[in-house]
Write a protein that binds this ligand. Structure first.
Ligand SMILES: [Zn+2]
Length: 399
């Protein structure tokens, strides 16, 4: 059993329930057991008051620490990957933003490469095309100069450039052929998310009936709810479909966060960061794709005042949702792990703490700060000041 070890923590947020003062046994990179005792001979790493949660999965993230997916560079992807691991993220969809067609294809190509290799931190689970196929009214930070019509040829080009790693494409339901293109994408295993749109309730319902999977950052960048025209927002909230939520306390009022959580089952809510290249850096002037933005007090806006992504981290989103929307911590955690894993269809192997799944884990202190991140039982981030850090590094990387 020298490739096995156990983590002992004050709390383990497992898929079925929370365990207290239990051992999480990891063998060959998989979760082998959750138990109150541990077999003799298995090395134990005591984590004291720590909380072990599943590794977080960010379905919608543009960049971090000065690097953007649109840089179309492996180096930038490495920086983003490492930076995300410091925040408990073990997997993410690299998300593009509206730019020229060629720059979009270039970014997709690097996403495809990144998704098929081992990254230093969080792994690239595929690509998310956010951009190009939107309309002006709720464009946010997307530069309408580059908007294009959506055609089967363009879809094929994106899929090919990404080396079949394109997982999600966002579009506005009111564009030409939206329903037809939604069916075309669904047949090619690309999920359609609806956003940056002025679509009516009915236009949105039609897209959902054609196979669209939900709403991009719900409420933000879409027609809001009017009692005689419930809009895209009303449609994605009412229907049994996925919604992305930015829980930074800025994009959505705490009361709206609460309302979303009362309306939707937890497995249909996905916490996303929508983080941009300014994430992890100080306030100042940045660019999101082709748009100049200013970050002040951590809030990113375009010159016209539109919110432009965020500087949020996912572990903070979990804390925020739990605090602001009266959601149990275990539900909030699973909205950033099991929900996105289920959305991607990888929930059998990751996304929660359950026996037989990969040991993709984040170790938090009781206040929610990430102390370590493990992918398949190996540390990809380990805050140096921790007493157990040397032992954790040694054991997990030799397992
Ligand atoms: Zn957006």
């Amino acid at each position: 059993m020298n490739n096995a070890y156990a983590l002992k923590a004050a709390k383990i947020i497992a898929q079925e329930k929370d365990y207290h003062e239990h051992f999480l046994v990891i063998k060959n990179g998989l979760i082998a057991d959750i138990s109150s005792t541990v077999e003799q001979g298995i090395p134990v790493i005591p984590l004291g008051s720590a909380v072990i949660v599943p590794g977080l999965i960010d379905l919608h993230i543009h960049g971090r620490e000065g690097c953007d997916v649109m840089d179309a560079s492996l180096e930038s992807m490495h920086t983003i990957s490492s930076s995300l691991a410091c925040h408990g993220v073990t997997g993410f969809l690299a998300t593009t933003v509206t730019s020229s067609w060629q720059e979009t294809l270039d970014a997709m190509q690097i996403i495809g490469q990144s998704a098929t290799q081992i990254m230093p931190g969080a792994q690239v689970l595929g690509g998310y095309s956010e951009g190009l196929f939107f309309t002006n009214e709720h464009k946010g930070a997307h530069n309408e100069q580059y908007f294009l019509s959506l055609t089967p040829e363009r879809i094929d080009q994106l899929i090919t450039a990404s080396n079949q790693q394109l997982k999600v494409l966002a579009l506005a339901p009111e564009i030409n052929n939206a329903c037809e293109m939604t069916r075309y994408l669904a047949q090619r295993n690309v999920k359609v998310m609806l956003g940056h749109t002025d679509a009516t309730y009915q236009q949105t319902v039609d897209a959902l009936d054609s196979g669209a999977s939900g709403g991009v950052h719900v409420f933000n960048g879409m027609r809001g709810i009017h009692h005689r025209e419930p809009g895209c927002t009303g449609a994605v909230l009412l229907h049994d479909t996925n919604v992305e939520v930015i829980a930074d306390g800025v994009h959505l009022h705490p009361a709206i966060l609460k309302m979303i959580c009362q309306l939707k089952a937890p497995e249909k809510i996905t916490l996303i960061s929508d983080c941009i290249n300014a994430g992890g850096l100080s306030d100042g002037d940045y660019q999101l794709g082709k748009t100049d933005i200013t970050v002040k007090s951590g809030i990113a806006r375009t010159g016209s005042g539109s919110l432009a992504g965020s500087t949020l981290t996912l572990e903070k989103a979990v804390q925020n949702l739990s605090n602001m929307a009266d959601v149990q911590l275990r539900d909030a955690v699973h909205m950033a792990s099991l929900s996105p894993a289920t959305f991607l269809g990888i929930e059998d192997s990751t996304g929660s703490i359950a026996i037989g799944k990969k040991a993709d884990l984040a170790i938090l202190d009781p206040s929610g700060t990430v102390h370590a991140t493990l992918i398949q039982g190996r540390t990809v981030f380990n805050a140096k000041q921790l007493a157990f850090s040397v032992q954790l590094q040694h054991l997990t990387n030799n397992s």
